[in-house]
Design a protein around this ligand. Sequence first.
Ligand code: HEM
Length: 286
Amino acid sequence: SVMAIDPSPYAAVKKDLLELILTKRCNPLMIRLAWHDSGTYDKNISSFPERGGANGSVRFKPECDHAANAGVINLVHMINEIKEHHPQVSFADTFQLASALSIEEAGGPKIPLRFGRVDVGEQTGCAKEGRLPGGGGPYPDGAPDAATHLRNVFHRMGLNDQEIVVLSGAHTLGRAYPSRSGFGKDKTKYTDKAVAEGATVGGSSWTKEWLKFDNSYFKGLKQQDDEHLLVLETDGVLMTDPKFKPWAIKYAEDEKLFFEDYAKAQVKLSELGSKWAPGAPYVLDI
Ligand code: HEM
């Protein structure tokens, strides 16, 4: 049986999120927030919420305070304000919707999200620290190199080598900051002035136009001829590892393929570990 679900609260959240994204130009951090909610998932654990995943837990202080989440707290406050008006929509759905909108609004593919994720209700729902990947060694899992580390972390989430490569393409957007992750520079020639009204300055970007979603991340990795662009160890290995490299080359050469594969992988990422409300997942026309 098909459950009739009222799409109007979702449409209202979408409208408010879009306004926030366009005002603050916070597309990259939104994407990172949603990914950090999902990316704690461990496929070897079946119980919810211990398995982690897209369950809204990143909004609670213990998880928000993890080193990997440096910088997301202000965004969580802004989303809290939006959510106060729309209690029918879960935080877990809201984070994933914000990320999908951020990709689409920046020129990326349409992400065919599904809805109805249940939130963890209390602070005990937070994931253990250390489940997200680090951008350079020494790696917390003891991995000897970046490729092993990426595989340890993403295979634990149930994602494969191709999905590691395509999802890394999200670094076509955004920046790393010495004050947050410790990576990158305080500013570069691509980040030292506001590139759009509302955008902040500073940090190191992976691409020249870091508010535009395209395949320039992979083109940049292939060429590596611009010292002003960032390449983390975990980015660089996508062009050297024998199993990652063919995908990275394909995505550098074929933006359409990158968009198609990216959209599929992000839908999968958005549902890792999620618990669905009765009748969900819902496909909504919003
Ligand atoms: C493959 C393993 C990954 C590693 C090691 C990694 C690492 C990092 C690091 C160190 C930063 C800089 C954070 C800061 O200083 O504020 C960052 C930013 C970012 N990451 Fe990743 N990341 C990975 C995968 C992903 C994935 C799968 C996505 C999304 C699908 C993603 C999306 C982003 C975005 C959009 C930013 C920019 C945030 C901003 O501008 O504030 N990353 N990542």
